[in-house]
Design a protein around this ligand. Structure first.
Ligand code: G4P
Length: 533
């Protein structure tokens, strides 16, 4: 197969959702339809059994959750699919956001009864900024939910994205019988779910004007469907592939992951419309995936997957060329050549050593402590750097210090390494000395990971004190003078800190305090992430 053929068949995406919307269930069903598992339920049971089977971080075993995102790969209908997991629940972290830097599209799941929820909004925003195509799956249609037209409005009004329903439910809320496929102009009616969603669900296809349809769904449902469709055709968005590709229009599917209602059609339409690996911007212009010379970047570092060896895995996303085991590449930040041995890939939950991989694929590399988030790897004959990763606004803060002051040196080293890796964001409180640091993260689990890793890798027990702040703002005056605690009105309403590059940052408890600072410092400019200089 040529490089172009390999690229064309790849689809690399993440599923974004609020906890409990059905991400695990839908992922599992995609694997079921892709033939990667034979009976749904195996991943779910793994979720609960993880305690026994996982050889990943100890903390993961203790809590029975996945600390960092994993990657699943399978084939379906000629496509090679890479699903990058975005951890939700308590393990929501910067990793969740960073995963979105490595995908070419996203599937957003909404619970039909709940609509757009808080975490969906945050993840959506990151995807929107990257302008990647977003496909929406409205889940849990097997039970009562909001009416489909209201959900369409919600997408538009809450998220600000226009939606094009690819299918439309047939029947009444809570008892839908099937879906009308607007692209194929067909009605698919589902047989009863007799296997509790463990196996593919049987369905029958009808032309919408066949006499059988009214027989099967009843005149009332038929009329209601016609009314909705007319409304969608007249007042709704029209299908526009260019807008989908630009992330301005979200193709929307209704279904139920649990009962396999509309899942197969969703998978097939998604694969048809979702983009193959996209070109990326670099210091040397746009890098096309078809470029014969290899390039990739690190988007995640996972520590201690095997506690016996204390190893770390750096996950890379391949951007161009062909990856080969034992190849030597140039590592941009260190300006060194590195041999990539023992690369690992992931089929469902199993890891295996791989020999080759292509753009869009994710490979796990053993990291001897040289990789950081966002690092570029390229062919030695074509050196360049991909665009830096954005910084994500920290929302949780804690003061961290070594319990044993004799261990200050190891403590500082550990903190430094974890900051460089991108596990935490580090701040210094002005005037607080170097005994302690202020650490910012996106989710609270990162603090547990920090505590665990400082102990297991650096032998340092730390004292962690949560701080009451939830908002960080990088500061500058509009005339270019530097903001100091003395020059800022109300600096004592929060905590004045410096980031690693000595940029001033104010930590505040809430939006109200933020409003006060803004109102009382007319020359002040504030940003949720560092200013671009
Ligand atoms: P998540 O990964 O997004 O957090 O969600 P997950 O798939 O774990 O699903 C959360 C809950 O919603 C689960 O119920 C799951 O069975 C249920 N669910 C997922 N898809 C559907 C659907 O299409 N219809 C309905 N009615 N429920 C759905 P649970 O009770 O928390 O877990 P379990 O006991 O079913 O495993």
């Amino acid at each position: 197969m040529t490089l172009t053929e390999e690229i064309t068949k790849r689809r690399t995406f993440a599923i974004i959702s609020h906890p409990d919307a059905g991400k695990t269930t839908l992922t599992e069903k995609l694997l079921l339809y892709g033939g990667a598992i034979h009976l749904a339920g195996s991943i779910k049971s793994r979720k609960t059994q993880r305690h026994a089977v996982s050889d990943w971080m100890e903390i993961e075993k203790q809590r029975g959750i996945s600390v960092t995102s994993s990657v699943l790969q399978f084939d379906y209908a000629g496509c090679r699919i890479n699903i990058l997991d975005t951890p939700g629940h308590q393990d929501f972290s910067e990793d969740t956001y960073r995963t979105l830097m490595a995908v070419d599209s996203a599937v957003m799941i909404l619970d039909a009864a709940k609509g757009v929820e808080a975490q969906t909004k945050k993840l959506f925003k990151v995807c929107r900024e990257r302008r990647i195509p977003i496909f929406t799956f409205i889940n849990k249609l097997d039970r009562y939910g909001k009416i489909p037209l209201d959900l369409m409005d919600e997408l538009e009004n809450v998220l600000g994205i226009r939606a094009y329903p690819m299918n439309w439910p047939v029947g009444v809320d809570g008892k839908y019988l099937g879906v009308f496929d607007r692209q194929k102009n067909l009605i698919e009616l589902f047989a009863d779910d007799t296997t509790h969603g463990q196996k593919e669900r049987a369905s029958e296809i009808f032309s919408p004007d066949s006499a059988q349809v009214i027989d099967r769904i009843g005149q009332e449902n038929f009329d209601a469907l016609q009314d909705d469709l007319m409304l969608l055709d007249e007042a709704g968005e029209s299908f526009d592939k260019a807008k989908i590709d630009a992330g301005d229009l979200t193709p929307t599917f209704f279904g139920s992951a649990m009962t396999n209602f509309g899942v197969k059609n969703f998978l097939e339409e998604y694969l048809r419309l979702a983009p193959p690996p996209a070109p990326r911007l670099s210091s040397d212009g746009v890098i096309e995936p078809e470029d014969e010379k290899f390039s990739a970047f690190v988007f995640k570092i996972q520590a201690n997957m095997n506690p016996a060896h204390r190893d770390r895995l750096a996950f890379i996303r391949i951007c161009s060329g062909k990856f080969e085991r034992n190849m030597t590449v140039w590592h941009a930040p260190s300006d060194k050549l590195i041999k990539l041995s023992q690369p690992q890939q992931f089929l469902a939950q199993d890891r295996q050593i791989i020999d080759e991989a292509f753009p869009g694929d994710i490979v796990g590399l053993f990291d001897p402590g040289i990789f950081g988030i966002g690092d570029t790897l390229t062919d030695a004959a074509h050196k360049f750097k991909f665009e830096d990763f954005p910084t994500f606004p920290p929302e949780k803060f804690a003061r961290v210090q070594a319990k044993d002051t004799m261990k200050r040196k190891q403590f500082a080293k550990g903190i430094d390494q974890l900051t460089q890796e991108g596990a935490i964001q580090l701040f210094n409180q002005v005037g607080a000395g170097t005994e302690s640091y202020v650490v910012g993260t996106v989710g609270t689990l990162q603090f547990e990971v920090l505590q665990y890793r400082l102990k297991s890798e650096y032998g340092v027990d730390v004292l962690l004190t949560m701080l009451p702040f939830e908002v960080a703002r990088w500061l500058k005056f509009n005339d270019g003078t530097k903001v100091t605690p003395a020059s800022l009105r109300g600096a004592d309403r929060g905590m004045f800190v410096l980031d690693r590059a000595d940029n001033p940052v104010l930590l505040l408890e809430n939006e109200w305090a933020l409003g006060w600072i803004s109102d009382n410092n007319p020359r002040l400019e504030m940003n949720a992430t560092p200013f671009d200089n």
